[in-house]
Design a protein around this ligand. Structure first.
Ligand SMILES: Cc1cc2nc3c(=O)[nH]c(=O)nc-3n(C[C@H](O)[C@H](O)[C@H](O)COP(=O)(O)OP(=O)(O)OC[C@H]3O[C@@H](n4cnc5c(N)ncnc54)[C@H](O)[C@@H]3O)c2cc1C
Length: 417
């Protein structure tokens, strides 16, 4: 099957029907031009449908100028894309298509209906209106460049196009279709890859002394990450105890700084330094010798099951009266409350990671257009790039914005001057 028989004719093939591929298609589908989206699975947007637990946290309401810092060191690359299609542009786009969005207290933006399928429906409707051709269940197996034309081979045939967009996503949650194929295509077209690795992952701790406290969470917890006794990061964020370790936005967002073998030190006292904590404890004792240790520590509002466990692990009976709390025991309590150490035995793999870090190296791509620096008319968009963002809507905004920018760049070439 041949999509464009005349290689001189301007048209576009987009590999991948996720948020990046579809937003690109919406921008570059023009009357009289053929734009084809080739999607591997039987339907577009499988990953989009499971985002935000099916509710789709599609962007964040913060100032767009503040977005880049949410993508680690590579955030700067995204500036042109984020200003080409901002979070406000995204909100107006969906509202225009009858899907108004609303913002939660923490700035996360969701469709008011809380249904990710409404978001996908808008993207597909816009593609339909623009005349985009979408072929599902057609995995691309290889891409090649023949003179000025791209040859794209799928399970069902061979296609040619003048522009090619690789929007195949990362390698996480491979059951949704994104299993890293785009990396292979990029490499075959001589692009550099930053080794892909799971990101936004929970951490595993084995043995985990808090496992039976699974489900308890700590909003805005302060914690530090240590490697070979050197502090590598200081963090604050919501932390959730799971049966196997730690999760929650604070852990997921900072997992990019963690390695197996690192130590996480949790502060159960909001980051109060050890000497301050020690002073606070001592100041609570005079005249209160009859009180037990647990009630002395009530000021820190630590859930009682957690506090009992921390004391137990420090070898201290929570019912011990303050009168019997010597300096050495106080020291142990302070250490547990301010820097409770847990050694990371492993991080989540691609089946549990929400996104992929690494991917197509950014120095091979022009940030203003999303075009390859090595090969004209080849574009990249979305998670296939070496971009990974924090939780909170940053990953979808990056996928939409880079897709939109790639589509705009192609559109500008297709339109008569
Ligand atoms: C459980 C979960 C929850 C998430 N929740 C959020 C959230 O609430 N907010 C947020 O901002 N981000 C969230 N993310 C991240 C977000 O979903 C991704 O960053 C985003 O979908 C990336 O978009 P993309 O278009 O680049 O890639 P994808 O959405 O992965 O789409 C790529 C598409 O390319 C197709 N494809 C791959 N290989 C081929 C091939 N060889 N031939 C043809 N097609 C191919 C795939 O089938 C897929 O449809 C979540 C991720 C997960 C896993």
């Amino acid at each position: 099957m041949v999509f464009v028989r005349d290689p001189g004719r301007s048209d576009t093939i987009i590999i991948g029907g996720g948020p990046a591929g579809l937003s690109c298609a919406i921008q570059c589908s023009l009357p009289g031009r053929r734009t084809l989206v080739l999607e591997k699975t039987e339907a577009c947007g499988k990953k989009l449908l499971i985002t935000g637990s099916g509710q789709c946290n599609l962007t964040h309401a913060g100032d767009i100028r503040d977005f880049p810092r949410h993508y680690g060191v590579n955030g700067k690359f995204l500036k042109p894309a984020l200003s080409a299609w901002t979070n406000r542009d995204l909100c107006s786009f969906f509202a225009t298509y009858g899907v108004p969005l609303e913002t939660e207290a923490d700035g996360k933006v969701f469709p008011r209906s809380r249904r990710s399928r409404d978001v996908l429906h808008v993207l597909l409707q816009a593609c339909r209106e623009k005349g985009t051709e979408i072929r599902c269940g057609e995995p691309v197996s290889s891409v090649n460049r023949e003179k000025e034309v791209f040859r794209v081979d799928t399970s069902q045939g061979r296609y040619y196009s003048h522009h090619l967009v690789i929007a195949t996503g990362g390698a996480s949650y491979p059951a949704t279709g994104s299993s890293g194929d785009g990396y292979r295509f990029a490499a075959s077209l001589t692009h550099t890859l930053v080794p892909p690795a799971p990101a936004l992952t929970p951490v595993y701790i084995d043995p985990f002394p808090l496992a039976d406290l699974a489900g308890i969470s700590f909003p805005g917890m302060v914690f530090t990450i240590w490697r070979e006794n050197r502090k590598v990061a200081g963090c604050r964020g919501d932390v959730l105890i799971t049966h196997t370790g730690l999760s929650g936005p604070g852990i997921l967002d900072n997992s990019r700084s963690m390695l197996a073998g690192d130590e996480i030190r949790l502060s159960f006292v909001g980051g109060v330094p050890p000497d301050t904590c020690a002073r606070e404890i001592v100041s609570g004792i005079p005249g209160q010798g009859f009180r037990n240790v647990a009630s002395l520590l009530a000021r820190y509002r630590i859930p009682s099951r957690v506090l009992d466990r921390l004391l137990e692990l420090s070898g201290i009976d929570p019912h011990l009266s303050c009168a019997h709390l010597p300096a050495e025991k106080r020291k142990r309590i302070v250490a547990s409350l301010t820097a409770f150490p847990l050694t990371i035995s492993g991080l989540g793999d691609f089946t549990t990671a929400m996104v992929t870090r690494g991917g197509v190296a950014l120095h091979d791509v022009t940030a203003r257009t999303m075009e390859s620096r090595h090969m004209n008319n080849l574009f990249f968009a979305g998670e296939v790039l070496d971009i990974d963002g924090d939780t909170g809507g940053y990953n979808l905004q990056a996928a939409f914005s880079t897709g939109w920018l790639a589509g705009t760049s192609i559109r500008n070439r297709l339109l008569p001057p």
